[in-house]
Design a binder for this molecule. Structure first.
Ligand SMILES: N[C@@H](CCC(=O)N[C@@H](CS)C(=O)NCC(=O)O)C(=O)O
Length: 210
């Protein structure tokens, strides 16, 4: 299988972190990772559009040449296909909790943080929009407080002792914010400690560049 990705971008990063976490746990996923240079517009070229008509990354090309184009689905496919050491486990309630938190992090934190980065100092050169950045920052406070409250029971990672898809999604989003020298964690000591702890993990050290 091949993962088409680009370093730094949050959605590819979350899948790269997921793969690195699985490999650190002993799973052999054997996925070749191929960079599609978005700064040079390669994701808009016919070769990539044939994999994904929306031109986004990541894309997982399966052994039969067909492609998965949504990061959460890519992670879930890898959970199902390589079930040894899968992050979500087999208990339906645990699996639902893992998906639930991943969705909260993605929809309420990672996507808005992406919008914030582009409104503040877009790596793609979009015009700054300080008003939008401020309104996104205001909306991020409740979900960030939610994470701070989850972590206040002393758990090392977002779902407990084991890494989860939510950790991967959050770490990818925070790297993007760090890239523009911003900090949206604010006065949340547990979340800040999580960020520092997560970045020390071998998977994070292998994937995160900023
Ligand atoms: N829902 C998709 C979103 C993918 C996405 O928007 N990827 C961004 C990078 S983080 C991208 O490819 N942006 C380039 C573009 O939209 O042209 C997923 O979760 O995989």
């Amino acid at each position: 299988m091949k993962l088409y990705m680009v370093p730094l971008a949050p959605n590819p990063t979350k899948v790269m972190l997921y793969i690195a976490e699985r490999e650190a746990l002993g799973s052999r996923l054997e996925i070749e990772q191929i960079v599609v240079n978005t700064l040079k517009g390669r994701h808009r070229e016919p070769q990539h559009l044939a994999r994904n008509p929306f031109g986004t990354l990541p894309v997982l090309e399966l052994d039969d040449g067909s492609c998965l184009i949504e990061s959460l689905v890519i992670m879930e496919y890898l959970e199902d296909r390589f079930s040894d050491n899968a992050l979500m486990g087999s208990d339906p309630q645990q699996r639902a909790r893992a998906r639930d938190l991943e969705r909260v992090v993605e929809l309420r934190i990672a996507i808005p943080m992406g919008g914030y980065v582009h409104a503040k100092k877009s790596p793609l050169g979009l015009p700054p929009d300080p008003v939008l950045a401020e309104s996104i920052e205001a909306k991020l406070q409740l979900p960030l407080d939610h994470l701070e409250s989850l972590l206040s029971d002393g758990r090392p990672l977002l779902l407990g002792d084991r890494p989860s898809m939510a950790d991967c999604t959050l770490a990818g989003a925070l790297q993007f914010v760090r890239f523009i020298q911003s900090d949206l964690i604010g006065q949340r000591p547990k979340l800040r400690a999580w960020d520092e702890r997560y970045r020390q993990r071998p998977a994070a050290q292998a994937v995160l560049k900023w």
